[in-house]
Design a protein around this ligand. Structure first.
Ligand code: SF4
Length: 342
């Protein structure tokens, strides 16, 4: 066995995290956790994972549910295309694979929402396949250990990293190697801040540590300027219920519910645009401004309370206060509005 691999396994046996999705090698649990963990911290995922699993304990129950319900259980985690793909994927596993997860990375990659990282994680952890799950954590360990100045955006570099750790999987459990590297990247070789090198199993071999340049590796990804989009958002009631609209079924925050809003800064323009969509507004009152930042852009929102004189109820949803909480998935981008009416 590669000596560093053996150091890593020893470290992991003493320091591995006790995580609810690690109680067995059930690919369903591993899959749900890996999808939830994309863009979300472990501590935040734990509660969502427990709630999701209690409602959808297996792939069949997930496949049989409605997309709206799956999204509701995802509410707050963000990046909702993950929830829609989970649902599609569960249906595909039931209809095409008889409800049993495929074991090979190649087959897993054919499923909706399962990319390189997730397929490698499932194949290695659940089926012992020698697949390296390369993400930012794992690459950071690789880059520091070997003083590599590139970023994960470099495809060749990603392959080099993959081959490097694949060697560590010879005569070792590939799932343990991946999970140990995930834990080491999160607990010791920290992303922001000084890594805890003295607790690291590679302290004597790490090239970055030898020259005291741990934070220099890996190279930083170039930051893109976020485009700002102004939005006017209306908080409206009709017949004692709140007015919501459903977003289009593709694109940003697809199929989620929102307070009716219009792009731009002109209140009069926004009222006109809403009238064309079927709502006539009598009076408005400014409530406040809010910002929501996405990965690629930000919304600059101006909120108004509005009195409705006419509404085409086929184009909008009327929801009671209780239904806003329990029935309709409203993304956190509209948290300011939800707070304003609570
Ligand atoms: S010695 Fe320090 S920098 Fe190097 S891999 Fe370990 S924690 Fe990271």
């Amino acid at each position: 066995m590669e000596p560093l691999s053996s150091n890593l396994i020893q470290w992991y046996s003493a320091n591995s995290r006790d995580l609810p999705w690690r109680i067995n090698k059930d690919p369903y649990r591993v899959w749900i956790s890996e999808i939830m963990l994309q863009q979300t911290r472990v501590e935040a995922v734990k509660g969502y994972f427990a709630r999701f699993l209690s409602r959808f304990p297996d792939v069949a129950s997930l496949a049989m549910s409605s997309e709206d319900e799956v999204i509701k259980y995802w509410e707050g985690l963000g990046y909702y295309s993950r929830a829609r793909n989970l649902h599609k994927c569960a249906k595909a596993i039931v209809s095409e694979y008889g409800g049993v997860f495929p074991a090979s990375k190649e087959e897993l990659l054919k499923l909706p929402g399962i990319g390189e990282y997730t397929a490698s994680a499932i194949a290695s952890i659940c089926y012992g396949d020698k697949q390296v799950a390369v993400d930012g954590n794992l690459y950071r360990v690789f880059a520091r250990l070997n003083a590599r100045e590139k970023t994960l955006l470099d495809t060749k570099e990603r392959e080099t990293c993959m081959r490097y750790f694949q060697n560590w999987m010879e005569n070792a459990d590939p799932g343990i190697i991946n999970q140990a590297l995930m834990d080491l990247g999160e607990l010791v070789c920290l992303p922001g801040g000084v890594p805890h090198c003295l607790q690291c199993p590679f302290v004597n071999e790490c090239k970055a540590h030898k020259v005291g340049k741990e934070l220099f590796y890996p190279a930083k990804k170039p930051k893109k300027e976020k485009k700002s989009e102004p939005l006017i958002v209306f908080l409206m009631q009709f017949d004692g219920k709140y007015v919501l609209s459903k977003r289009p079924d593709s694109g940003l925050l697809a199929s989620l519910y929102e307070f009716p809003n219009v792009e731009g800064t002109s209140l009069e323009g926004a009222k006109k645009a809403l009238e064309e969509r079927g709502i006539k507004i009598k009076q408005t009152k400014f409530v406040g401004n809010a910002i929501h930042i996405f990965t690629h852009k930000k919304w600059d929102m101006a909120y108004y309370r509005a009195q409705v004189s006419e509404i085409d109820s086929d184009s909008f949803v009327l929801a009671s206060k209780e239904e806003l909480r329990s029935k309709y998935a409203i993304p956190s981008a509209f948290a300011f509005g939800l707070k304003a009416i609570s």
